[in-house]
Design a protein around this ligand. Sequence first.
Ligand code: COA
Length: 371
Amino acid sequence: MTRYAHVTGWGSALPEHVMTNKDLEQMVDTSDEWIVSRTGIRERRIASPDQTTASLAADAASRALKTAGVHPTEVDLIIVATSSPEHIFPATACIVQDMLGATKAGAFDLSAACTGFIFALNMAAQAIRTGSIDTALVIGAETLSRIVNWQDRNTCILFGDGAGAFVLQGSNEPGGVLEAVMHADGSGADVLMLPAGGSKIPTSPDTVAHGLHYLYMEGRPVFRFATRVMAEAAREVVEKAGLSLEDIQWIIPHQANIRILEVAARHLKLPMERFVVNLDRYGNTSTASIPIATTEAAAQGKLHPGDKVVLVGFGGGLTYGAALVEWTGPFPGHPEVNPERYRLWARVRSAGLRLRRKVLAAAGREQRLGG
Ligand code: COA
C-alpha cells in the first residue's frame, strides 16, 4: 500500500518586539529608504532575552500540533532546521522534544541554512512514505539576532527571529508532500557563513576580537545565486511531479529579498500575486521563513485542500531546494488536544528525570567511595 505524508498542522511563533528600519537608522549608517528599496523589508521581530531558538520552536510546534489534533506523545520524529542552534550539540530538537513532552520521538537538527526547512520536510516525508514512522514535526527556528553583528549594515538590516512548524502524518490517501528536490554547491561555502565557533576555528579571544563569531555574508554573489536557483528549483520540482506551473496555486518562497522574488517570478513567468510574501514585516528569518509564511497564508484562508503549493528556498552552503505539496489540512475527526497545557506536565516530567539522574549519580559516588 502506498503511503503519503500529509501536512495536517502548522503554526508559527514570532517575538513581540518589532525592530523597524527607523530603529536601525539609530544603530548603523543606513536609511529606511535604502532598506526598503534594496530589500523590501520594513521591520523584523527580535527575540526577548528569555526567548531562545528552542522556545520559539516549541511554541510554533505546540500550535502546529493543536491545529492537527495530534498529541505530543504521538510524535515519532522531530527535525529542527536551524542555523542558530542553542548549542553545537546537543541538538536543539532534543531540547524541543523535552519541552513538548514528545516522549516517543527521535529528534535531530538539520543544518542547511535557509534551505533547511525544505530538506527537513523531505526527510520527514520520506520516513513516513517508507512506513518507518507515522507522525513527524518539522520545525524551522532561528534567533539570528544573537549571531548578527549589529554594527554591520551589510547584514544586520536583513535578518529577524521566529519559528514555524508543520505536522506531517501518514495516510493511504494520495496527497501531501508529492515531490522534492535538494541541491548544494559547497564551492560557495565562504560567501555566507559563521566563521568561528566550530572545530575549524574554535572560539578564542582572537576570534571574538576579529568578530568571527558573527554571521558573515557577501551580498552580491548570494544575490546572483539566489536569482538563478529559485526559478530553477521551482521548475524542477514541478516537472519531477509530472505537472506544469499552471497547476500550481501558490509559490511560498524563502523570504530573503523582494527583488530576488521578483526576478524568480519573471523567470517563471508568474505574477507576484501567486507568491506568498511577508518579508516586509519579518525580514529574513532564514529557515523559519517558509513555515511562517505558510502559516500566515493558511490563517488568511489562501490555502485550500487540493491546492498545489511549491515551497522553494536557497541559502548558505550554498544550498537550494523545493518541495511540491498538495495541501490537505487537519485529518477529519481528529481529537481536540492542548499541547500548550501539556508542556506544564512535560516540565514536571523533565525535572523528575533530572532529579533521578542526580540521585543515581550521588548514589553511584557513595557506592564507589564505600567500595
Ligand atoms: N544602508 C545603506 N547603504 C548600504 C547598506 C545599508 N544597510 N548596506 C550596504 N550599503 C551600501 C554598500 O556599502 C555599497 O556602497 P558603495 O557602493 O559605496 O560600496 C552600496 O550600498 C551598494 O551595495 P551592494 O552590496 O551593491 O547593494 P545591493 O544592491 O547588492 O544590496 C543586499 C545589498 C545585501 C541587499 C543584496 O546584495 C542582497 O539582498 N543579497 C542577498 C542577501 C541574502 O538574501 N542573504 C541571505 C541568503 S539566505
